[in-house]
Design a binder for this molecule. Sequence first.
Ligand code: GDP
Ligand code: MG
Length: 383
Amino acid sequence: PNYISVSKLANLLNCRMESLLQDLKKLGFSNLSQGYILSREYVELILQEYDYRLPDSSKELTPDNVYDALRTPANPRFLQKRPPVVTIMGHVDHGKTTIIDYLRKSSVVAQEHGGITQHIGSFQVITPVSKKKITFLDTPGHPVFLKMRQRGANITDIIVLVVSIEDSIMPQTVEAIKHAKNSGNELIVAITKIDRISQPKQREKAIEKVTNDLISNGITVEKVGGDVQVIPISAKTGENMDLLEEAIILLADVMDIKAENSLKTMAEGWILESRVSKSVGNVATVLVKKGVLQKGKILVCGNTYGKVKNIRNEAGDQLSKAFPSDAVEVLGWKQLPVAGDQVIEAKNEATAKKFVSKRLALLEIEKEGLTVEKLNEQRAIEA
Ligand code: GDP
Ligand code: MG
């Protein structure tokens, strides 16, 4: 809702109510009281006219930002390196799924289990040489990602753009390049299917052609002094797949990706997907952005909340904790969370309930289409 009471505005502006009321009178408002409701346009007018400074916290309460108050202020002391979150994009048939399959098979959890049966649209690998974690999300084109982006969440750090050595750049490659530029994500290019050309000279020539096409599409590859790494791979034979993983780690190191990694930080994350399980009820996959998830913590999400009953990885193993960049299944929700919604920790159940009711009330106000006029009318009648 785009309105605010005079008393609240005075509060936000940190000015005396009387002086604000006087200024409003000069602007032609009549029948003023502390509870008088101002619309956004009026507030902007007042701010301009009298040079009031609106502090950042003055954002009006909406269903979408009501949980912001639950966040703990940033504390650089708790910042720790976290694994990069990576998505793979590219033209259809250029080898995205094959790369994912290859990586999945080599993932930490798969190695421990002899393959993964259950999967949650994301998985972690430990790189062969540097032994570092990478989180892959394997549904980047999913509408959920769009929804999260619209809410200002950039949940991936790095995009791996796949380009087939046989086809080079195709329409969806161009789309992916556009997306990478808009999203501000860092880029690594994998030239795929190199096993299709066995003759070394020919292969070299084909790689050069793709590289030149990348350059003409505005990608500043290392060859022209840029910083985009280009790795020729085969996901079929596994050739250079280790180089690709190490390229991601190298880039992540340069990017210096960090998050607060402390139990004292109120945990935050995003719902990647959710489902109802016959045996355990509401299950949601949460990508942890900040803080640490742990059994017993209270989480608020959309119109629901929950007490974390269980945390599981992509193979169904129970975990005692989940850290930034981990994508885990969380059990214990009152109602099923919605994919694309944000998750924020609350101190306790009472706080969670209070904030969920606040959000529901704000949604109600929005739905009813309450206007400033109606609210002032109502107040006039009440007075
Ligand atoms: P996607 O549409 O980008 O997910 O592409 P897929 O991973 O489904 O691959 C499309 C086709 O190319 C499949 O038949 C794959 O087996 C094949 N393919 C993918 N990667 C490679 C590769 O590195 N080498 C070879 N020879 N074939 C590949
Ligand atoms: Mg595919």
